[in-house]
Design a protein around this ligand. Sequence first.
Ligand SMILES: CC(=O)N[C@H](C=O)[C@@H](O)[C@H](O)[C@H](O)CO
Ligand SMILES: CC(=O)C(=O)O
Length: 309
Amino acid sequence: MKDITKYQGVIPAFYACYDAEGNISTEGVKALTRHLIAKGVKGVYVGGSSGECIYQHVDERKAVLEAVMSEAKGKLTVIAHVGCNNTADSVELARHAESVGVDAIASIPPIYFHLPEYAIAKYWNDMSAAAPNTEFVIYNIPQLAGTGLTMSLLKEMLKNPNVVAVKNSSMPTQDIQMFKDAGIAARGEGNFVVFNGPDEQFVSGRVIGADGGIGGTYAVMPELYLAMNEHINKGEVKEAQALQYEADRIIYKMCEAHGNLYAVQKEILRRMYGLELGGVREPMPSLIPEDEAIVAEAQAMIEAAIAKL
Ligand SMILES: CC(=O)N[C@H](C=O)[C@@H](O)[C@H](O)[C@H](O)CO
Ligand SMILES: CC(=O)C(=O)O
């Protein structure tokens, strides 16, 4: 029996942290980790989409994870996304993640080429074999990866006892239930986890059965998701819904900027807490002067929503 309680709750997707030159800032990584611990989140999801994984070298990703672990060990659940789109680098990161003591590794499927399911399963299982004492989370994000998790691929992956969860970022919340049912059929009640992906559907995802959530906007407003999660735990759907609406309006506002959503969020964290996390790597667009009003408005919306809690 696995301890799945460590996956139940609010798990922010960690942002890429850069210095003024655009190099990895391990100081920024440590500061963001301490910040999130202080906010009371359950864990962090390191090196995923929000971590700009596809724009970082293997050595950079190792340095980020080591910096996170130096602050988070024993305090947070750490899930390290290790997918690199080629098996050798992914296997190297998986081995490294196990060596620094993460709770789980995770990976998207191979992107660009639409490979057959047996090749995707082998890609994931090769990583998992390189971290044999570490749990494995399947990251399903079909709209970005170009490949969706099918029931047959999930069933194949469930043959690997390390597979404990799906992080589901597809838009139908129904997928959460389907993956959860399949996991429970294979493992038994309480032994399989599904994370909600789309932050805009956190409440819906939890209500249909997600154990927790991993999301790209949690780190900029963890208070709201923690409160939603508490309301859901108490069966207070109306209250949870009201907070979801507020969070969604904030997300839509942040997405209005010319600069990338992650650039907006890092700028808001800088203004609210003095966290220096840098910008985003090209080709993602940076903030431009015209984004000033949007950033200020989104920050004000976040502060107002938190003040009402
Ligand atoms: C497509 C995508 O990036 N999805 C993320 C992970 O599931 C979400 O956390 C989004 O960042 C979030 O819902 C904002 O749209
Ligand atoms: C957004 C998200 O969940 C990720 O960083 O992968």
